[in-house]
Design a protein around this ligand. Structure first.
Ligand code: GDP
Ligand code: IMO
Ligand code: MG
Length: 435
């Protein structure tokens, strides 16, 4: 029996993956983040209280749920520590949370609730500095443009992983190995106008080794064991399919496989373990950072979506670029991920618009096409829909306005993928399920 379901974004990130994972997590024994790092920002809203998650999986609010940071993730320990402290404070009745500066976290209330893969890679100060250095260099180079990264060191950390110079979580428990690896990496960086202090890095890691020891595990073995015991697993993607390193809008992408391939390589599960692949999409489209965005709006409608949708980055606070739904891009994502179902988010944001448009094809080199070409130098072709009102907080499909239903049905028809969930507000319970 297949034990694992996958949640992944089918646009440029920020689709609402966190809300969907949180809404479904009550039915799962494990929630697993499989790629990305603290570039992700997943928002959960429960009874008006907002939680912003970056590294901790979105099943953390359920006591029955074990949360795994898988081997495919890159971890900034400082960021993880502050995120964990938030939940340690929240969950703990006594003040037994701990900082990185020394004390053992042997009585943290997250023990047995959060696991960190010993194979995950670490983000070090030189990755963050390199991220900025490379971005500045791109920005200054004629003919290039900065990617608009989150500046968190994600790309350089994954680069080290792929070039086999990465430092894994398991390495922090052996100071000699750690010292040797750090020293070799700093030699590789010596030609750059950047300075790093190995002693302060080692000392920081000593603190982290104590702090995180109770959480570090061979998470692949945990997952294999859990599949043998018929446990249910939910895999939580970060970023979105258009930011995938291979199938996204390269080079304006992130540095990991954000799709189904990352779900497997980033956990150790195999294709036979997977049951559903749920593609999460907004009812319109957003993107943060630079790079091509065929349906981007620079007019009143774009500003409406940004304001009504509160489209500001959860991680960096940057305004998100907004545009109409691009079904050509969504179909591309559904195809390479094998999405079996869709979750459509933020349909309520479109309430009150008189007209809603959807991109159903591209004009490309004098032809009309329905796929994403290599250079995406395209002009969108739109289909227009009459608008609707009153979808906010609706929980039954029958209660949606006829025009909203038509919009949803068209998405289903165009993509050939079943719409399973429709989200009508940020709140956990405001979801329509279509059986
Ligand atoms: P993620 O990165 O995919 O988890 O998405 P983010 O959390 O970065 O961005 C989604 C934003 O939309 C968050 O602020 C959510 O609280 C909010 N949100 C999610 N679903 C809905 C919805 O159906 N309606 C509205 N209005 N907001 C939503
Ligand atoms: P969630 O999980 C939206 C974007 C950045 C930039 C590009 C590369 O919340 O959906 P990086 O720092 O990863 O090297 O930046 O990817 N990006 C995201 N955009 N949502 C995210 O995560 C993102 N994570 C990275 O803005 O364009
Ligand atoms: Mg986000």
């Amino acid at each position: 029996m297949n034990m694992a379901d996958v949640i992944l974004g089918v646009q440029w990130g920020d689709e609402g993956k966190g809300k969907i994972v949180d809404s479904l997590a009550k039915n799962y024994d494990f929630v697993v983040r499989f790629q990305g790092g603290h570039n992700a920002g997943h928002t959960l809203v429960i009874d008006n209280v907002k939680y912003a998650l970056h590294l901790i999986p979105s099943g953390i609010l359920y006591p029955q749920c074990k949360n795994i940071i898988g081997n495919g993730v890159v971890i900034d320990f400082q960021a993880l520590d502050s995120e964990m402290q938030q939940f340690e404070r929240l969950f703990s009745t006594t003040q037994n949370f701990h900082s990185t500066t020394g004390t053992l976290s042997s009585n943290s209330c997250l023990i047995d609730r959060l696991f960190i893969s010993n194979r995950a890679h670490i983000i070090l100060p030189y990755h963050v500095a390199l991220d900025r250095f490379i971005e500045n260099n791109r920005a200054k180079t004629k003919g290039l443009e900065a990617i608009g990264t989150t500046g968190k060191g994600i790309g350089p950390s994954y680069s080290d992983k792929v070039s086999r110079n990465g430092i894994q979580v398991g390495d922090i428990f052996d100071e000699e190995i750690l010292h040797t690896k750090l020293q070799a990496n700093l030699v590789n960086l010596a030609h750059l106008p950047l300075a790093f202090d190995i002693d302060s890095m080692l000392s920081e890691m000593r603190g982290f080794a104590k702090r995180f020891a109770p959480f570090v595990a061979d998470t692949t073995q945990i997952l294999w064991e859990s599949t043998r015991n018929n446990k249910r697993i939910l895999l939580e993607g970060a970023q979105g399919s258009m930011l995938d390193i291979d199938h996204g809008t390269y080079p304006f992408v992130t540095s990991s496989h954000t799709g189904i391939a990352g779900a497997l390589s980033g956990t150790g599960l195999n294709a036979h373990d997977i049951d559903s692949v749920i593609g999460v999409m907004k009812a319109y489209c957003t993107r943060v950072g630079n790079g091509i965005f065929p349906t981007e709006l620079h007019d009143e409608a774009g500003r409406f979506l940004q304001q009504k949708g509160m489209e500001f980055g959860t991680t960096t606070g940057r305004p998100r670029r907004c545009g109409w739904l691009d079904l050509v891009a969504i179909k591309h994502a559904i195809r390479f991920n094998g999405c079996t179902k869709l979750a459509i988010m933020k349909i309520d944001v479109l309430d009150t618009l008189h007209e809603v448009k959807v991109c159903v094809g591209y004009e490309y080199e004098g032809e009309v096409i329905d796929y994403m070409p290599y250079n995406l130098n395209v002009k969108p072709i739109y289909k227009s829909f009459s608008g609707w009102n009153g979808s906010a907080r609706v929980r039954e499909f029958s209660k949606l306005h006829a025009n909203a239903k038509r919009y949803i049905e068209f998405i289903e028809e165009y993509t050939g993928s079943k719409v399973w969930l429709i989200s009508t507000s940020p709140e956990r319970e405001d979801i329509i399920e279509i059986p």
